[in-house]
Design a protein. Structure first.
Length: 593
C-alpha cells in the first residue's frame, strides 16, 4: 500500500509539472499586478511551489517505512534513501541548469521532468512487490544521554545554518566574479546538494554514535572557520585565473569548469560533514517498530522548517540589518553553541577544551571583513599592460597600494551589495583630464574627486571615467524628442550614480522624471556622494524616485512617457535578463507616447 501511495504522489507531481506552464502564466500576471511587497512575493512563491514540495516531502518518510529488509537496517536504510535522493537532486540541478533549460527551454524542461515522474508513478503503482514494514521486532537502540528534544532542535538549527550558508555562498561567488552570474546558482546549489548526499551515504552501522555527531560538528566548525578567513581572497584568485585564460569561448567553458572545481575544493569538505547530521540524528532518536516512519517524518518537518528560517530569515530578512560576513560568523557561533551542548550532555571533557580554545581564537577575529581592501569584489586588470612580476605578486595575496581610496558607503542588502568609494587621484589620461576640466567648469572648480558605485561586486559607474556616457544617455534622446508646451515626461531605468536623471532635471522642457531603481540601498548609497556631482538630483522637485523592479513597474504603468532611458548592467548578471527581453521592450513601447 505504501509503495502505491508513493506512486500516486509521483503521478500528482508529474501532472503538476506538465500543467505548470499554463499555471505559470497566471502567476506571472498575478505577480506583475500585485504590489511590490516581500509578503506578496512569499505568497506567490508558495502558490507556485508549496503543492509539489508538499508531495515530494512525503517521499523519504514513505520509503523509510517500506524499504528496510530487517530491523537492523532501519537506521542505515534511511541514510541511503536520503543520500541517493539528494544525489539525484544534485544531478538534476546540473543537467537542468546547463543542458535542459538552454536546449528545451523552461516549458520543455518541465514536460521532460513530468514525463520522468510519470514513468516512476507507473512503476510504483503497478509494482507487485510489497514493502516489508516491521511491527513486531524490537529496534536496536543507540546509546545516548542526549534528550530527543535536543536532537530535534539540533536538526532545526542545522537546517537553517546549511541553507543560509548556501544562500551566502551564492552571494559571495557573485561578488567574487563581478556580478550575479547565471551559472553561480546551479554551481553552488549542486555542490551543497551533492555534498549533503555523499555525506549521508557515508553513514553506516559503524559510524552511528553520538561521538560521530560531535566529531562531524567540530569538523564543520573548523572548516567553516577556515573559510571565513580565506573567502575574502576568492575574487583575487578567480580573477587571476580568468586573466590568464583569455576571453575566447572555449576559455569561458574552461573557466566555468574551473569555478566548479574551485568552490568544490573549498566547500565540499564542510558540506560533506554537515550531510551526516540528519542521518545520524535519525539513528540516535529513540523510536520503536511502530513509529519509526513517523519519527522520520517529524524529523524532516523540523529540519525543513529550519531551512525556511535559514533561507527567509537569515538569507534574506537579516540582510536588512547585518552584512554577509556578520551572518557567516553568526552561523559558526550557532554551530559552536550546539557542539558545546552536545559535549555537555555527553560529558566529553577534551572536546569541551578544544571548543573553548577554538571559540576564544575565533572570537578574537574581527566580526567582519575589511570592506575596502579585501571584501569580495571583482578585480579588473589590463592584461596587455600587466607586468609578469606584478602578476606573480598578485596571484595569492593582494598587492599593497597607497591608500588613496575611502569607503563612503557599504551594505549588503537582501538583493544587492552596494559600495560607494571616493578616489583622490590625479588624472591618469587625457580623457580623464578633459572630463575633469569640463566638470570643473560645471561645478565651479570643485576639488578633483572621483566617486564610484559598485553593485553586487560589479562596477556600475564612476563620476569621472563614465561621465560622458551617462550625460549622453540623457542628452541624445532629448535632442530627438519632440518638444511639447506641457513639457516632456521621462522615465529612467536604474538610478546608478544619478547623472542621467540629473541631466534631465536641468532641462526646462522636462516637466517630470521617474527614476526607477530596484534597490533602496543604491539610493541610500548615492546620497552619500557630494550633491554637486549629480547636479543636486535629490533636491529636484520634478524628480520622483520609484523603488521598484522596472519590468514590474511597466506592466502596471498607465502613464505615457516621452522618453524612456535604460542602461542595465551586463546581460550575464542574473536578475537583469528581464530588461533585455522582448517582453520588456514591448512594455516600454506601450508606455511611450
Amino acid at each position: 500500500t505504501l509503495l502505491k501511495i508513493y506512486g500516486y504522489i509521483e503521478l500528482l507531481t508529474a501532472l503538476y509539472l506538465i500543467f505548470f506552464c499554463f499555471y505559470f502564466e497566471f502567476l506571472k500576471i498575478l505577480s506583475f499586478q500585485a504590489p511590490s511587497l516581500f509578503i506578496v512575493d512569499v505568497l506567490i512563491t508558495l502558490l507556485a511551489l508549496l503543492f509539489p514540495a508538499f508531495l515530494m516531502g512525503a517521499s523519504i518518510p514513505l520509503l523509510t517505512a517500506t524499504l528496510p529488509n530487517n530491523v537492523k537496517d532501519v537506521h542505515t536504510v534511511h541514510a541511503k534513501i536520503y543520500g541517493w535522493n539528494t544525489l539525484g537532486a544534485c544531478f538534476g540541478t546540473l543537467i537542468s541548469g546547463f543542458y535542459f533549460l538552454p536546449v528545451f527551454g523552461l516549458n520543455g524542461s518541465l514536460l521532460l521532468a513530468g514525463s520522468i515522474n510519470l514513468i516512476a508513478a507507473f512503476i510504483f503503482i503497478k509494482n507487485p512487490v510489497k514493502g516489508t514494514v516491521y511491527k513486531q521486532e524490537k529496534l536496536p537502540v543507540i546509546p545516548s544521554t542526549v534528550p530527543d528534544y535536543f536532537y530535534i532542535i539540533f536538526s532545526f538549527l542545522t537546517g537553517a545554518i546549511i541553507i543560509s550558508f548556501e544562500v551566502l555562498f551564492i552571494r559571495i561567488l557573485h561578488l567574487s566574479m563581478g556580478g550575479a552570474r547565471v551559472y553561480n546558482f546551479p554551481f553552488v546549489l549542486a555542490l551543497f546538494i551533492g555534498g549533503l548526499a555523499l555525506g549521508s551515504l557515508s553513514v553506516n552501522k559503524k559510524t552511528i554514535s553520538v561521538d560521530s555527531l560531535i566529531q562531524r560538528t567540530l569538523s564543520s566548525i573548523i572548516l567553516m572557520g577556515g573559510l571565513f578567513w580565506l573567502t575574502p581572497y576568492w575574487p583575487l584568485w578567480l580573477n587571476n585565473i580568468r586573466f590568464h585564460l583569455g576571453f575566447a569561448f572555449i576559455d569561458y567553458i574552461v573557466f566555468q569548469i574551473f569555478i566548479f572545481i574551485f568552490i568544490f575544493c573549498f566547500l565540499f569538505p564542510a558540506v560533506f560533514c554537515m550531510g551526516q547530521f540528519l542521518p545520524l540524528i535519525y539513528a540516535l532518536l529513540r523510536k520503536n517498530s511502530k513509529n519509526y516512519a513517523r519519527v522520520c517524518g517529524a524529523l524532516y518537518f523540523c529540519n525543513t522548517l529550519g531551512t525556511v528560517l535559514g533561507a527567509v530569515g537569515i538569507g534574506y530578512l537579516a540582510l536588512y540589518i547585518l552584512n554577509v560576513d556578520h551572518l557567516f560568523k553568526i552561523n559558526i557561533y550557532i554551530l559552536i553553541l550546539l557542539a558545546f551542548l552536545l559535549v555537555i550532555f555527553e560529558k566529553k571533557v577534551w572536546y569541551a577544551v578544544f571548543l573553548t580554545v577554538f571559540s576564544l581564537v575565533f572570537i578574537l577575529v574581527p566580526l567582519g571583513w575589511n570592506q575596502t581592501e579585501n571584501y569580495p569584489h571583482y578585480i579588473v586588470r589590463d592584461k596587455q599592460k600587466a607586468e609578469p612580476s606584478t602578476i606573480k605578486k598578485w596571484f595569492f595575496f593582494p598587492k599593497p597600494e597607497v591608500n588613496d581610496t575611502e569607503l563612503v558607503y557599504f551594505t549588503d542588502g537582501p538583493n544587492t551589495t552596494v559600495k560607494v568609494q571616493r578616489y583622490r587621484k590625479k588624472p591618469r589620461s587625457d580623457l580623464e583630464l578633459y572630463t575633469h576640466s569640463t566638470l570643473s567648469i560645471i561645478h565651479r572648480n570643485k576639488p578633483y574627486l572621483s566617486y564610484s558605485l559598485t553593485t553586487n561586486g560589479k562596477g556600475d559607474g564612476n563620476t569621472i571615467m563614465e561621465f560622458s556616457t551617462y550625460f549622453l544617455m540623457s542628452g541624445l534622446p532629448y535632442l530627438f524628442a519632440p518638444l511639447q508646451d506641457k513639457g516632456l515626461s521621462v522615465a529612467v531605468v536604474g538610478l546608478g550614480l544619478g547623472i542621467s536623471t540629473a541631466v534631465f532635471s536641468q532641462l526646462e522642457e522636462v516637466s517630470n522624471i521617474k527614476a526607477i531603481e530596484i534597490s533602496p540601498k543604491v539610493v541610500e548609497g548615492i546620497r552619500q556622494a557630494p550633491s554637486y556631482l549629480n547636479f543636486e538630483v535629490f533636491q529636484k522637485k520634478k524628480v520622483n524616485i520609484v523603488e521598484e523592479d522596472a519590468f514590474k513597474y511597466f506592466t502596471r504603468a498607465d502613464k505615457k512617457f516621452d522618453i524612456i532611458v535604460s542602461q542595465p548592467s551586463n546581460i550575464w548578471v542574473a536578475g537583469v535578463e528581464n530588461l533585455f527581453s522582448r517582453e520588456f521592450y514591448q512594455l516600454v513601447d506601450r508606455s511611450l507616447s
